[in-house]
Design a protein around this ligand. Structure first.
Ligand SMILES: Nc1ncnc2c1ncn2[C@@H]1O[C@H](COP(=O)(O)OP(=O)(O)OP(=O)(O)O)[C@@H](O)[C@H]1O
Ligand SMILES: [Mg+2]
Length: 228
């Protein structure tokens, strides 16, 4: 049995005249922590959006647990995204006018079959675990960038996502929160989830088990470094 969750085969993507991604092949296996690096505009977010079925590819194939996603309906793809994918995206984030607890409750009630009481208990447990209990009743619009990212991470723990995508998880975050977020990502991996991080800097090199770089539209594996 294969342990590949998500696979891209020869994916290309252009915006107008600009070819952003060229012949990209990539496998995400169970328990992988993959880091994709590249300079600003290299195509990292585009690649992440394609991996999460949020952006259409021009050509190539995408397999989710061995199944070509072109054979899935929009509803099936949405279902996978909702139940099995977690997102730590700065621009794909939280409901500003709900509190932290309410935000977590929304996602739990959408992705799991639980009673309000069960959800309350679970949310409390996780906020405690991540030392965010005192922020539970705070409106998201009043949180800092780092705190938002932390809530987004707690959200990915709460749901039973198989794979978590993190787009520059420590952008606009101070050093202290940066370290906390890195620690959470390691915990997510230890919880058995596959993780794909994109980042322009070297901050995540040490926790990744494979590192790639996107340059001029092509992806290249950075050999050795971080290999475990
Ligand atoms: N919807 C779009 N329409 C047109 N061009 C786009 C679109 N999305 C991205 N691009 C272009 O594709 C290229 C890659 O963008 P992308 O956002 O993937 O880069 P990135 O590596 O994530 O950069 P950053 O590190 O700054 O976030 C850029 O030149 C960008 O302008
Ligand atoms: Mg980006």
């Amino acid at each position: 049995m294969t342990n590949t969750i998500l696979e891209l085969r020869n994916i290309s993507k252009r915006y107008g005249d600009k070819k952003v991604l060229n012949d990209i092949s990539l496998k995400v296996n169970l328990g992988d922590m993959i880091l994709i690096k590249g300079s600003s505009g290299a195509g990292k977010s585009t690649l992440l959006n394609i991996l999460a079925f949020l952006e259409a590819k021009d050509c190539g194939e995408i397999f989710w647990k061995g199944k070509n996603i072109d054979s899935l309906t929009i509803k099936e793809k949405k279902g996978i995204r909702k139940r099995e994918m977690g997102f730590i995206f700065q621009e794909f984030n939280l409901f500003e006018n709900l509190t932290v607890k309410e935000n977590l409750d929304v996602v739990l009630s959408l992705t799991t079959k639980t009673t309000k009481e069960d959800r309350k208990g679970r949310i409390k447990e996780y906020l405690q675990k991540f030392q965010m209990e005192d922020r539970g009743d705070t409106y998201v619009k009043l949180l800092s960038g780092g705190e938002r990212q932390r809530v987004a991470i707690v959200r990915t723990f709460l749901t039973d996502s198989t794979i978590v995508f993190a787009d520059e998880p420590s952008a606009n975050v101070d050093d202290k929160n940066k370290d906390i977020i890195k620690g959470y990502l390691v915990e997510l991996k230890n919880a058995g989830k596959s993780i794909v991080i994109v980042s322009h800097d070297d901050y995540y090199d040490k926790i990744a088990n494979r590192i790639y770089e996107i340059k001029n539209g092509y992806i290249k594996k950075i050999p050795g470094e971080g290999e475990r």
